[in-house]
Design a protein. Structure first.
Length: 295
C-alpha cells in the first residue's frame, strides 16, 4: 500500500493544483496522501472533494524557529475547522508576508530589483515562500536551479536571508494537537545539522510532546536513515514517511522511494478511522500468527 504523508499544492509552493495532485496520486495508485501545505490548509478540502479511490489526510506544515534554524513541523489528521489552529496559521502567513517584503528589499539593495513583486505573481493567491523567490532568480539566470539560488542568496548568512520569527516548536506541537492532530518533525536530515544538533532537536521535539518523526524520505542514505530511526526509538516517537512532493520531476514521485525500517512504529498504525487502513490492521495479526507457526 502506497502511503505518502507529506506533499504540497498550489495552495503553497507546490506546482500542481489540489485536483492535479489527487489525479496524479490516484494514477500512481496511492492509498493515502497527506496534503501538507506551508502554513495553510487551503488545498485540503478541494483535494478531499476530488479524491475517489484515494484517501486524503488533512494536514499542514508549520515553520518554527529553533535557535538559528527554520524547523518544519507537519501536522496530520488536523481538524480543518479548528479556530485556534486557523488563527495561528493566519498569523504565520502574515509573518511570511512581512519577511518576503524584507527579502525583496535586501535583494533590491544587492542589485536584484522587483524580486518580491515577481515572486508574488508566481505565488498567486498562495503565501509567498523562498521557493517562489528562487524560481524568479532562476528565471533571471542568476543560477541554474533553485538549490543554487538558496545556497547563494536565501540561506542564513546570504544576501537575501531574513531571520524569521516563527512560532516555537512547542507552540506548533500544541496548536496541532489541540486541533486533534499529530505533530511530526519534518525531514530531520534537511537542516544541515551535525549529529549532535540533530540529537538535541529530536530530544527537544520529544519533550515538547511531539508525536512522530519523518524517518522515510526518497533518496535517503541508509546509514542516515538508521540514525534517524534509532533516535525515534530512543525517544518513543512514531515514524512517518513522505516525499515532500512539490512538482513532477525525474527524481521524485508521489508515494515512491519510501521504506520504513522494520523496527519503526508507523504513525498510521492507529488510524482506524480510515477505511483503507482497517482491512490492513485486521489482516496484520493473521500474518504474525503465520510467521510464528513457521518458527
Ligand atoms: Mn516548500
Ligand atoms: Mn519543509
Ligand atoms: Mn514540505
Amino acid at each position: 500500500m502506497l502511503i505518502d504523508l507529506h506533499s504540497h499544492t498550489t495552495a503553497s509552493d507546490g506546482g500542481l493544483t489540489p485536483q492535479e495532485l489527487v489525479f496524479r496520486a490516484e494514477n500512481k495508485q496511492l492509498a493515502l496522501l497527506a496534503i501538507t501545505d506551508h502554513d495553510t490548509t487551503d488545498g485540503v478540502a478541494l483535494a478531499q472533494k476530488t479524491a475517489s479511490k484515494l484517501t486524503i489526510v488533512p494536514g499542514t506544515e508549520i515553520s518554527t524557529a529553533w535557535h538559528a534554524f527554520d524547523i518544519h513541523i507537519v501536522g496530520l489528521n488536523i481538524d480543518l475547522d479548528n479556530a485556534v489552529l486557523q488563527a495561528a496559521l493566519t498569523e504565520q502567513r502574515e509573518k511570511r508576508e512581512q519577511r518576503a517584503v524584507e527579502m525583496g528589499r535586501r535583494l533590491a539593495k544587492a542589485g536584484y530589483p522587483d524580486v518580491y513583486e515577481e515572486a508574488k505573481q508566481v505565488a498567486g493567491s498562495a503565501p509567498v515562500t523562498r521557493s517562489h523567490f528562487a524560481k524568479v532568480l532562476v528565471r533571471r539566470g542568476v543560477a541554474d536551479n533553485p538549490a543554487k539560488v538558496f545556497d547563494k542568496f536565501l540561506r542564513r548568512g546570504n544576501t537575501g536571508y531574513v531571520p524569521n520569527n516563527w512560532m516555537s516548536i512547542a507552540e506548533a506541537v500544541k496548536v496541532i494537537q489541540q486541533a486533534g492532530g499529530q505533530a511530526v518533525l519534518a525531514h530531520p536530515t534537511n537542516y544541515r545539522l551535525s549529529n549532535k544538533w540533530l540529537r538535541k532537536l529530536v530530544a527537544e521535539f520529544a519533550s515538547a510532546g511531539g508525536d512522530a518523526i519523518e524517518v522515510a524520505a526518497p533518496q535517503l542514505n541508509r546509514e542516515v536513515q538508521q540514525f534517524v530511526a534509532d533516535l525515534a526509538e530512543e525517544h518513543g516517537l512514531l515514524a512517518s514517511q513522505g516525499t515532500d512532493f512539490h512538482h513532477p520531476s525525474a527524481w521524485r514521485e508521489l508515494g515512491r522511494g519510501l521504506h520504513l525500517p522494520q523496527k519503526c512504529q508507523p504513525i498510521w498504525q492507529d488510524w482506524t478511522h480510515y477505511e483503507v487502513l482497517q482491512s490492513q490492521t485486521e489482516a496484520a495479526p493473521e500474518a504474525n500468527t503465520a510467521g510464528k507457526e513457521g518458527l
